[in-house]
Design a protein around this ligand. Sequence first.
Ligand code: CO8
Length: 260
Amino acid sequence: MADYENLKVSVSDFIATITVNRPQAMNALNSQVLAELADAARALGADETVRVIVLTGEGKAFVAGADIKEMKDMDMISFRRFVAAGQNALYVLDTLEKPVIAAINGFALGGGCELALACDFRVASSKAKFGFPEVGLGIFPGFGGTQRAPRFLGRGMASELIFTGAMIDAAEALRIGLVNHVYPPESLMEEALKIAASIAKQGPIAVARAKTAVKMAGDTTMEAGLAFEREAMVVTFATKDRFEGMSAFVEKRKAEFKGK
Ligand code: CO8
């Protein structure tokens, strides 16, 4: 794994942890962080020792948005490149064939909330805060937030958050389904890693195909989704892991999946 200036990446027991590590700027996403995120996601996606990824932030913030200081004086061409880099980094994460869990330790604002929405699901510290403050800066969520937030939260709730720029706390994020669980700050990572471990011990090919199928539910028609589910299931059935999983059940032992 490459050395990154703004990310800490570690892998243990099939679980990779990416920590955005720019705490002096509340982990704001500048061009370099976005490039590093895309690079790390691609590398972990190709790494056979990784089955699940947990994404978190160092310090008080998960990610407090795109870097306003970098954006402020951009010309239109540079800004367009920046928007594309943001959309691309989040798209790479979103479309990895491995689950990505956001462990939201603090502020997840603007591009940070968009980044969390590019993960498969989110868990949060009770101190976390969420929102889309972009409209207060004269822009709006442009790293995929206008597309992902309605898919996860419904159009009404997404619209209210995006149009008002309101900041919500972890309890409210739980209530509206933005996060699955809220934990005390000191146990957030332990709990996120426990969920990751419970995924990592499953058949990795089955989990990967399930991820793609579940994602399709929000993005396509029932017919196309069912067709994909059917064909992906047949391919999964042909794997050694499927035979191992069913054999282990019948033989009353723990399955040993190899991702084959
Ligand atoms: N960009 C750049 N620097 C930031 C950002 C940011 N988004 N957030 C915080 N920082 C910096 C601060 O400027 C400060 O730096 P310095 O010490 O040099 O003054 C340092 O981080 C610490 O921040 P604060 O002193 O403000 O810390 P507080 O604890 O008082 O406040 C907050 C924390 C509430 C998170 C506050 O920093 C804040 O409101 N940050 C901005 C949040 C925001 O507006 N986010 C949205 C940004 S726009 C966006 O994300 C667009 C995404 C997609 C657009 C597509 C087009 C590119």
